[in-house]
Design a protein around this ligand. Structure first.
Ligand SMILES: [Zn+2]
Length: 552
């Protein structure tokens, strides 16, 4: 292994020269001459790193080298356990300190600082700062208000150990350190550039602003921002700032212009807020899309219904389309203005007024489609009920069926509707039955039972006759109760239990027995009991609404 000298350079204070160890010790003659000079005090040698005195020492094999005194303070070159590469960097720094650029910068900085009101005690390369461990001589030292600031100019690459050592020294001594990084490239991939970035949490880097008249620094700082897509990114900004624009972190002793981490925290909060807003916007957009789709479907159905007004071709398809709608889409359909009153006339009255026989399928469809929420109790612009409107339409037949469907759709039959039923194209007996059924419909709150009511019209008329003590819905004369009862037991034997119960409950039974002089009724009754025919109870639910007294 080649012999490697730890201290490669020494500064001779008497001549102002930097002596290179390898050069001066290369020739044995020069080397021992130097050793002689040293002992004669003709040279005064100092370490360029710690500025402590060095001596010329000899090792075995008569190798001469520079050496710190045994009782000297800490020095990177003595105690730093540096690698050869790290040592090399420190020598480069020492060399650069002697460069014209370095001298120019420290003098300019010192000179410009001296012109500022708040600055005092500017010292260029002339101030030793000592503590129990080390001593340093910063490039520029000054007092700024109540603070002590040093400027270290850096032209060459720095080793991390060098940076940390400087940083810790000044921090320990309560002094704010500003690196003047002359060739620094924030985007650089060099080790030095990466090291220094992660050492300073504010990520503010300074250059001396040579163009400014007064003292200014060019600060390069990382700036966090949100993209349009809410991504948090950073970019480098550059700004020329006055000393008064600097802020000072009392804990880390770092001066900074822009607080990157604090701004990043705020941006992260902004990002969360924006994320929420974007989500809300998306929800709203989704809702809008949903609404738009529902309106499109609704319009398409309305158009199909318009086309179907005069035909019955499309009802099956339209019915399926309506059945496939979601609850929301259905609410949009029911909200369509096609179902809203026009000139204060509810549409239902309009349709029932103008419809002709060829349009009756449209009315059937409207009445049959339970998904359509149409109010059949609403009065016309002229205060007419839907039954009135229907009955006044001279162009429609099948009105009895339409009336039944209207009742099924929740229409509350009105007393004033009764008279309009006379206009039905039916036999008088059938009109009377319809009147009875329509009146009874008001007692049935479960409208699905309206079909049962109309399907059992004769049975209902038998019970009603008993209840009213007057034969209704049959062609019997007023006193023909036996014939009426004989017909009932003959034709409605599967419901006879209901009928007998009603006859007894409403007091018809005794009258029947009394007036059964030919015993025809009792004969039929005996026949009935002998055969005991199966009873049909499919009207139980209906009777609970119509004749609760019979169901107790
Ligand atoms: Zn030293």
């Amino acid at each position: 292994m080649a012999f490697e000298r730890t201290i490669k350079q020494a500064f001779d204070k008497l001549t102002g020269e930097i002596l290179n160890a390898d050069e001066v010790f290369h020739k044995a003659k020069d080397a021992f001459l130097l050793r002689k000079d040293f002992h004669k005090d003709d040279v005064e040698l100092y370490c360029l790193e710690c500025e402590q005195k060095l001596n010329v020492s000899t090792s075995k094999n008569d190798r001469l080298h520079f050496k710190h005194n045994q009782n000297s303070n800490f020095c990177l070159l003595k105690d730093g356990k540096l690698s050869p590469g790290e040592k090399e960097e420190i020598y480069k720094i020492h060399k650069s300190k002697e460069s014209d650029r370095h001298k120019y910068l420290k003098n300019k900085i010192g000179e410009k600082l001296s012109q500022l009101d708040d600055i005092s005690s500017v010292q260029i390369d002339d101030k030793f700062i000592l503590d129990e461990k080390e001593r340093r001589k910063p490039d520029v030292h000054c007092k700024y208000l109540d603070k002590e600031i040093v400027f270290e100019i850096q032209l060459s690459e720095l080793s991390l150990r060098y940076i940390i050592s400087r940083h810790e020294f000044y921090q320990r001594n309560g002094i704010y350190l500003i690196w003047i990084l002359d060739n620094f490239n924030v985007d650089g991939r060099k080790q030095t550039e990466r090291d220094i970035k992660y050492l300073t949490e504010y990520q503010n880097f300074f250059k001396f602003d040579e163009k400014a008249e007064q003292f200014r620094l060019i600060c390069k700082y990382k700036y966090p921002y949100l993209t349009e897509k809410n991504k948090l990114l950073n970019k480098w900004e550059t700004k020329s700032i006055a000393l008064s624009q600097l802020k000072f972190d009392k804990v880390t002793k770092q001066p900074y212009f822009f607080d990157f981490s604090n701004k990043t925290k705020k941006k992260k909060q902004e990002q969360i807020q924006k994320k929420w807003e974007l989500e809300e916007q998306e929800k709203l957009a989704k809702k809008e899309r949903k609404k738009k789709r529902a309106i499109e479907k609704s319009n398409s159905i309305i158009n199909s219904l318009r086309e179907s007004w005069s035909t019955n071709f499309y009802y099956g398809r339209i019915k399926r389309e309506i059945e496939n709608l979601s609850d929301y889409e259905l609410s949009i359909l029911n909200d369509n203005k096609a179902f809203k009153p026009k000139n204060e006339q509810p549409k239902i009255h309009h349709w029932f007024k103008i419809a002709k026989n060829k349009n009756v399928h449209f009315l059937f469809f409207i009445l049959d489609c339970e998904q359509l929420k149409i109010d059949f109790n609403v009065k016309s612009a002229n205060d007419e009920t839907i039954i009135q409107t229907l009955m006044e339409n001279k162009n429609l037949i099948k009105k009895d069926y339409l009336i039944k469907q209207i009742l099924k759709n929740g229409y509350h039959f009105q007393e004033k509707d009764i008279v309009y039923l006379n206009n039905l194209y039916l036999k008088p007996k059938q009109i009377k039955i319809n009147k009875i059924l329509c009146q009874l419909s008001t007692k049935i709150s479960d409208k699905s039972l309206i079909d049962d009511l109309f399907d059992h019209s004769s049975l209902i008329c038998i019970i009603e006759s008993a209840k009213r003590n007057k034969i209704v819905g049959f062609d019997y004369k007023e006193n023909e109760w036996i014939a009426f009862a004989n017909n009932a037991i003959h034709s409605y034997r599967q419901y006879w239990e209901y009928i007998e119960l009603a006859f007894k409950h409403y007091g018809i039974w005794d009258k029947l027995i009394k007036s059964d002089t030919n015993r025809t009724f009792r004969k039929k009754l005996r026949e009935y009991y002998d055969n005991n025919p199966k009873q049909n109870f499919d009207c139980d639910k209906l009777f609970k609404f119509l004749y609760p007294a019979l169901c107790e």
